[in-house]
Design a protein around this ligand. Structure first.
Ligand SMILES: Cc1cc2nc3c(=O)[nH]c(=O)nc-3n(C[C@H](O)[C@H](O)[C@H](O)COP(=O)(O)OP(=O)(O)OC[C@H]3O[C@@H](n4cnc5c(N)ncnc54)[C@H](O)[C@@H]3O)c2cc1C
Length: 396
């Protein structure tokens, strides 16, 4: 498969998919090229906009001057999050929350995660510790131990259901079966839980989790919510599925399992990319290109002993000093200096220190994002994806 497009987006994560959807909605012919599944599949499915305060949008003002959120501006951040919510509702995966309010949802460790927009199945996951909570787990389910939660809350209890299978994906698949769901509801009713909310690990199905959650809630007369689990994360997979569905429904093209093998340039313009991957190679031509390949986890950036390389176009990468100043064995260490590395862009999201005029950059590959430090992963990807699409759409 080869093709000619107004815009070709490299990277099919949150930022690339949001940029693609925004551009198709502007009437552009768009293709997304991606090596594999993005980081959002591993995530809780929640949209962290900015932790640290109660109002994430207000918090943007106090970020360092070089943070990519400043290139977007508060108004576009807000509008892009609204756009995200519309897209997910359209696909039957409504999100709840307010861009101006952070919420604290329950984690499998019994702690709280600060986030902003959450899938409808987690609407009631922000609760007061004095309220009784009954946790449901599943026999032999890995990486979910209700004792972690009940040991932190005096007012909590748990019960274990035998789903006949122990994997997250396996249980989620069972919840798509009517007979299984009815059996589960009848077991829950038999528990005679006296009061409070019911918390279930995020396994309530793939396509219709919201309906399953609502049905359990209605049958029990209680607020029911999902607790995000460790990967494989059903809410993360649902989120990615929703984005993919929205793009394909609008007529965008996907080149999946593909990465750039070579780049054709004419003067200051990228003309086309040749893709390698399973099967025959493909040539994808575009008037403009958006780089949305993510950071180290997805392979958009690659660190070797002495340097960091951008893997698609070999763009110059900003590094916070010499290796000795940023190397840390623990990649997830809070404030890890390597988090600042990435591609520096100008006000229109074009990479600096290059002559290329029709290339734009968005998402976690942007320098100074510091996603783990500021807890702004999906929020920043959504906002910069839409902002880069706005800039690119003027050209393409
Ligand atoms: C384990 C984990 C959990 C997280 N949980 C949360 C959470 O709960 N909430 C939250 O808000 N944020 C979370 N984050 C952060 C958030 O998921 C990311 O910041 C965000 O999804 C990044 O999106 P992106 O579009 O920039 O890149 P990515 O999601 O990394 O996508 C990049 C895509 O580009 C592709 N690609 C890479 N190189 C190439 C190439 N050369 N050619 C073609 N394709 C290429 C990759 O295959 C991938 O599909 C989490 C991050 C991690 C690692």
């Amino acid at each position: 498969m080869s093709g000619t497009y107004d815009v070709v987006i490299i990277g099919g994560g949150m930022s690339g998919m949001m940029a693609a959807i925004a551009l198709v909605d502007m009437g552009r012919k768009v293709a997304v090229v991606s090596r594999g599944d993005p980081v959002c599949c591993l995530s809780t499915g929640c949209i962290d906009v900015l932790a640290g305060g109660n109002d994430p949008l207000e918090g943007i003002g106090s970020l360092p001057d070089n943070h990519p959120y400043h290139l977007v501006g508060e108004d576009t951040v807000k509008r892009s999050l609204e756009m995200f919510r519309d897209i997910m509702s359209e696909g039957g995966l409504p999100y709840v929350g307010d861009a101006r309010v952070n919420r604290r949802i329950l984690t499998p460790l019994g702690r709280h995660k600060v986030t902003c927009l959450v899938p409808g199945t987690m609407e009631f996951a922000d609760f007061h510790s004095d309220e009784y909570i009954h946790v449901i787990s599943f026999k032999k389910m890995k990486d979910f131990y209700p004792d972690y939660i009940t040991s932190r809350y005096k007012n909590a209890g748990y019960s274990i259901f035998d789903a006949g299978i122990a994997t997250t994906a396996g249980i989620a698949e069972r919840f798509e079966n009517r007979k299984f769901l009815e059996g589960f509801i009848s077991w829950l009713k038999g528990l005679d839980i006296p009061e409070g909310r019911i918390a279930i690990p995020a396994v309530l199905g793939m396509r219709f989790a919201g309906d399953v959650c609502d049905e359990i809630s209605a049958e029990l007369g209680r607020n029911v919510f999902e607790i995000p689990t460790l990967p494989p994360s059903m809410p993360g997979l649902r989120l990615f599925g929703g984005l993919k569905k929205a793009l394909l429904k609008r007529g965008g093209d996907l080149y999946w399992g593909r990465e750039i093998y070579s780049v054709e340039k004419l003067s200051n313009q990228i003309e086309a990319v040749t893709l390698a991957g399973a099967g025959r190679s493909a040539r994808v031509q575009g008037n403009a290109f958006i780089l949305a390949t993510g950071s180290f986890v997805s392979g958009g950036l690659h660190a070797s002993m002495d340097t960091v390389r951008e893997t698609a176009f070999d763009l110059p990468v900003y590094l916070p000093g010499k290796r000795e100043s940023w190397f840390n064995n623990n990649f997830f260490a809070p404030g890890h200096a390597i988090e600042k590395s990435g591609i520096c862009v100008d006000q229109s999201f074009r990479p600096v220190d290059t002559e290329t005029e029709n290339l734009f950059v968005c998402g976690s590959i942007l320098a100074f994002s510091e996603i783990m430090k500021y807890r702004c992963g999906h929020g920043m990807a959504i906002a910069t994806g839409v902002a880069a699409a706005n800039m690119c759409g003027r050209l393409a």
